[in-house]
Design a binder for this molecule. Structure first.
Ligand code: CDP
Length: 209
């Protein structure tokens, strides 16, 4: 069984995808990490993320890079949203995500285009949303806990800029699949959001059985 969890930055999709994976005993892939790894490689190779050929040259990163804590930095996320707009970067990462989704027994993937492009055949699809201000508060708290002193206003401006870039790009924009369930986590605790997400998944699975 494949579960697709999509949504904008800091909407809670990663937390929910991990909880769903744990609940069903499925492997989980945070696809944002792949784009973050391309971003970090571009920066380390001193190439230009806005130039498609430069970003493509960074797609052959070593798997070990996926464990680098620098991937979680705000700056890496910002550059990830620049490299991820290039069609050839998305094409270079496509098969890897598709293979993960189609492994025997199933998988949970979270990202921006899982339910629309990577696994349109998914058995359950969630689109996780929250207001920009609340997402910025969460991201700001996360960064602060890691010793990052970026101001709240900058985090909010970054979230808005990324929403715009991710939604307006020509290829695989951030968009809710027509058959996805919408979960707004703005005013939900993690526990309640997880139980609502599991209830949505169960409801979708029961209609497809
Ligand atoms: O953690 P956060 O939600 O801030 O971001 P992420 O999921 O790690 O993704 C970083 C960036 O990669 C996003 O802003 C998107 O531009 C891009 N991305 C994408 O285009 N497609 C995906 N399936 C996952 C991420």
């Amino acid at each position: 069984m494949i579960v697709a969890v999509d949504g904008p930055a800091a909407s809670g999709k990663g937390t929910l995808a991990r909880a769903i994976a744990r609940h069903y005993g499925l492997p989980h892939l945070d696809t944002g990490l792949l784009y973050r790894a391309v971003a970090l490689s571009v920066l380390r190779m001193e190439l230009d993320p806005a130039v498609e050929a430069d970003a493509v040259a960074a797609c052959g990163f070593e798997d070990g890079l996926l464990a680098d804590p620098v991937l979680r930095d705000d700056d890496t996320g910002r550059v990830a949203s620049i490299v991820s707009a290039h069609p050839l970067v998305r094409a270079a990462l496509f098969q890897r995500q598709k293979r993960f989704a189609q492994q025997p027994g199933g998988a949970v993937l979270d990202g921006r285009d899982i339910g629309t492009v990577i696994a349109p055949e998914a058995d359950a699809k969630l689109f996780v949303q929250a207001t920009p201000r609340i997402r910025a508060q969460r991201r700001h708290a996360e960064l602060k806990a890691r010793g990052d002193v970026t101001s709240f206003d900058k985090v909010l401006a970054d979230i808005r800029a990324r929403d715009q870039r991710d939604s307006e790009r020509a290829v695989a924009p951030l968009a809710m699949a027509a058959d996805a369930a919408l979960l707004d986590t703005s005013y939900l605790s993690i526990d309640i959001a997880v139980s609502k997400a599991l209830a949505f998944v169960e409801a979708q699975l029961s209609t497809r059985r």
